[in-house]
Design a protein around this ligand. Structure first.
Ligand SMILES: Nc1ncnc2c1ncn2[C@@H]1O[C@H](COP(=O)(O)OP(=O)(O)OP(=O)(O)O)[C@@H](O)[C@H]1O
Ligand SMILES: [Mg+2]
Length: 263
């Protein structure tokens, strides 16, 4: 069976900086995979290439049995790819449920006029979308606060709201860029438990960028490590985290690293 996601020889150069250098990576349907590496290693750049926000200098991306290298982000979304961003992107002035609604771009086919006239198709679609919204909020444990303004939620809940928004579109692949950034240890452990349930309960495969090693250990089946844009290790998480080159990459840069929430 072909992997759900296949990144082949992806290179991205920004002037003199090789943000990604011949990166090859595969994610199998049904797994939780991690992408780790020190600050500036190229993790977000690779996510941008996978989701279509960044055009690679060279290399290919295959997703769900298609070459998606030159497809727009919205088209990749329709094929079942969703992502969250490194910096929290919840809209504070909207309610919790409205924030989740923002994730429905690929589903909303009945136009604005049809919605205003309450045409049957628009009504049916709205009903379907609110049931998907509730399912996503239930999954992350925010079902009781759906009418609260997002700005009133504690930080950890806002991050889980972001997760619900990405999940509402029922993606086959979910790309999470440092979802635990800024969370306390208890929130981080809860998040790991939640993410582990995704493949079985929502049919969603996960690729997560992460700084917190204990989080990665408790979460990911397989891990790939980037350092200065290159893959330096890839395989079962326990093997990768025991790898000397990986320890070196981390120890060598840990002192300069910030909180992990920035960047
Ligand atoms: N749009 C851009 N233009 C120029 N250089 C960029 C751009 N985006 C990223 N870079 C550079 O590419 C390299 C990789 O950055 P990237 O953000 O992908 O790293 P990262 O692994 O996500 O880091 P962090 O852990 O801090 O989030 C860095 O040297 C960064 O400065
Ligand atoms: Mg990043």
């Amino acid at each position: 069976m072909a992997p759900l996601l296949e990144v082949s020889e992806v290179t991205v150069s920004f002037g003199g900086v090789m943000a990604n250098a011949h990166v090859t990576l595969a994610v199998t349907e049904g797994e939780v995979a991690a992408l780790i590496g020190p600050n500036g290693a190229g993790k977000t750049t690779l996510f941008n290439v996978i989701s279509g926000a960044q055009v690679a200098t060279s290399g290919r991306v295959r997703f769900a049995d298609q070459d998606v290298t030159s497809l727009a982000p919205v088209v990749r979304g329709r094929l079942g790819m969703a992502r969250t961003f490194q910096n929290l992107s919840v809209v504070g002035s909207l309610t919790v449920a409205e924030n989740v609604g923002v994730g429905f771009g690929r589903f909303r086919s009945a136009g604005m006029i049809a919605s205003m006239l309450c045409l049957p198709r628009a009504v049916r679609q709205d009903r379907q979308l609110s049931s998907l919204t509730r399912a996503a909020l239930r999954f992350v444990g925010l079902q009781d606060v759906e009418n609260r303004r997002a700005s009133e939620l504690p930080y950890g809940d806002r991050r889980r709201l972001e997760l619900a928004r990405a999940l509402a579109a029922a993606p086959r692949l979910l790309l999470l860029d440092e979802p635990s950034a800024g969370m306390d240890p208890a929130e981080t452990a809860d998040l790991a438990t939640l993410l582990r349930r995704l493949p079985a309960e929502m049919g969603t495969t996960v690729l997560v960028v992460e700084h917190d090693m204990s989080f990665v250990r408790s979460l990911a089946d397989r891990t790939t490590v980037l350092n200065f844009g290159e893959v330096i290790a890839s395989g079962p998480t326990t093997d990768v985290l025991a790898d000397a080159a990986v320890a070196e990459a981390y120890l060598g840069t840990r002192k300069e690293r910030g909180s992990g929430a920035a960047g």
